[in-house]
Ligand binder design. Structure first.
Ligand code: UGA
Length: 441
């Protein structure tokens, strides 16, 4: 099928490439010339494992362009995968979605199915369909389908090809049959992805309800973890004990310094905003947002308590990990940003290591901190290490080097990278999340 995809961010580009991989002819549209040039050379504008391979493998079926008119007028289906960032009041900003709608209205010459992949507030698909049809040339009909995305950054390619499920919300037969055709290859060998159809509002809600549930799970375990610190329990043991109950499972129970990224923070706030607007506030979602806000600085608070406000000034701190999670260079809502800001407020000297996120970090903090692309140099002669992201390079780091290289081997680990039984064998001070502290110096 001839498919156009609007937006070449994580959602748009990965979707477009995956659709090409299963045999469709896909045109990826973006307004950013530089990105388009890069993609034409087979290079991905985002760091995502396996994506460039797939772009190159399927290059005959992939076109990249800024010429939306041509792309949309040729297409049988147009996917919309542009951003829906958070406004200052927490609501979702739909400007980019409507900008694509205007381009579609201007371009199409025949009936088409428009698929909203972007995460949008419940009821948006209805409004978009109404908007499109009331502005498009007479005689043309546009059917809108909701098709939320469930990929996670870092595993985006696998999550799309071997998705946990494909959710499609439709209100008419054209959209229903076209979407079945688009996704047929994914429902067959070797992918065998479950394909679920429902009405559009339910599909929109599946996305928010899923993300907010996962965010809630993290906030819950973070609160339990903080409580473990107070009562002398060990969160790793507690979650291990919980996970044998299949109703709870063992996923998304890692306590840490809060969730970040482009999805959970935005989607919890957007759903909460919507519920307040409807006068039926989702109180659990509100609690989840509040807990996460505090959790991001939980590690810093421990440092502050241990050193006292005054003694933080001039302290040399090495931060290990900048990105909001491993496997991505994305810094959106990364806890490292809040922590570095807090440290700088107290005039701490900050150095940071990250395997892929330093360029973006430098854009935020400029020369107010020091940047290192290897851990040895970053921690050398430092007073304190703070771990913000559980990259493999950090998890597999030789713990013996902390005492060899640092001035004082004091480690605050926000991601519980090392088992206590191992850390205890070294001459370090080790303060982690929801576990007992190790004081070996
Ligand atoms: C998330 C969801 O996992 C995807 O299913 C969804 O499609 C995506 O949002 C989206 O809406 O587009 P993502 O934000 O890429 O994906 O990353 P996650 O792996 O979910 O991690 C989010 C945050 O939660 C990270 O900061 C991570 O460190 C944190 N986290 C995750 C924890 O603190 N503990 C855990 O046990 C798991």
């Amino acid at each position: 099928m001839k498919i156009a995809v609007a937006g070449t961010g994580y959602v748009g580009l990965v979707t477009g490439v995956a659709l090409a991989h299963v045999g469709h002819n896909v045109t990826c549209v973006d307004i950013d010339e530089e990105k388009i040039k890069k993609m034409r050379k087979g290079n991905s504008p985002i760091y995502e494992e396996g994506l460039e391979d797939l772009m190159r493998k399927n290059k005959e079926r992939l076109t990249y362009t800024t010429d939306y008119k041509k792309a949309y007028s040729d297409a049988e289906v147009i996917f919309v995968g542009v951003g829906t960032p958070e406004r200052s009041d927490g609501s979702a900003n739909l400007d980019y979605v409507y900008a694509v709608c205007d381009n579609i209205i201007e371009s199409i010459t025949k009936n088409v199915v428009v698929v909203i992949k972007s995460t949008v507030p419940i009821g948006t698909n209805d409004k978009v369909e109404e908007y499109l049809n009331s502005h498009v040339k007479k005689g043309i009909h546009i059917s809108v389908a909701s098709n939320p995305e469930f990929l996670a950054q870092g595993t985006a390619v696998r999550d799309t090809l071997y998705a946990s499920r494909i959710v499609v919300g439709c209100e008419d037969d054209l959209a229903r049959s076209v979407m079945e055709e688009v996704y047929r290859p994914f429902t067959q060998d070797p992918y065998n992805v479950p394909y679920l159809t429902m009405n559009r509002r339910s599909a929109e809600m599946v996305k928010y309800a899923s993300n907010d549930f996962l965010a809630l799970k993290i906030s819950y375990i973070n609160e339990i973890s903080n409580f473990c610190e107070e009562i002398g329990a060990d969160i790793t043991e507690v979650t291990r004990g919980m996970s044998y109950d299949k109703r709870i499972g063992d996923k998304f129970l890692n306590s840490g310094i809060g969730y970040g990224g482009s999805c959970f923070p935005k989607d919890t706030k957007a759903l909460h905003y919507l519920s307040v607007e409807k006068d039926v506030e989702l109180k659990t979602v509100k609690a989840c947002i509040d807990v996460n806000k505090h959790q991001k600085l939980h590690l810093f608070k421990k440092l502050k308590e241990d050193y006292g406000n005054k003694n933080l000034k001039g302290l040399n701190v090495a931060i290990l990990g900048a990105t909001f999670k491993p496997g991505t260079d994305d810094l959106r809502e990364a806890p490292s940003i809040d922590n570095v800001k807090a440290l700088l407020d107290y005039e701490v000297n900050v150095s940071i290591y990250d395997p892929v996120g330093l360029d973006r970090f430098e854009k935020i903090f400029g020369n107010s901190i020091n940047y290192y692309d290897n851990i040895d140099d970053c921690i050398k002669d430092k007073d304190v290490v703070m771990i913000m992201t559980e990259w493999d390079t950090i998890k597999n780091y030789d713990i013996g080097k902390f005492s060899k290289l640092m001035k004082n081997p004091v480690i605050y680990d926000g991601r519980n990278c090392y088992p206590l039984s191992i850390v205890s064998q070294y001459k370090v001070e080790y303060i982690s999340m929801g576990r007992k502290e190790v004081h070996n110096i």
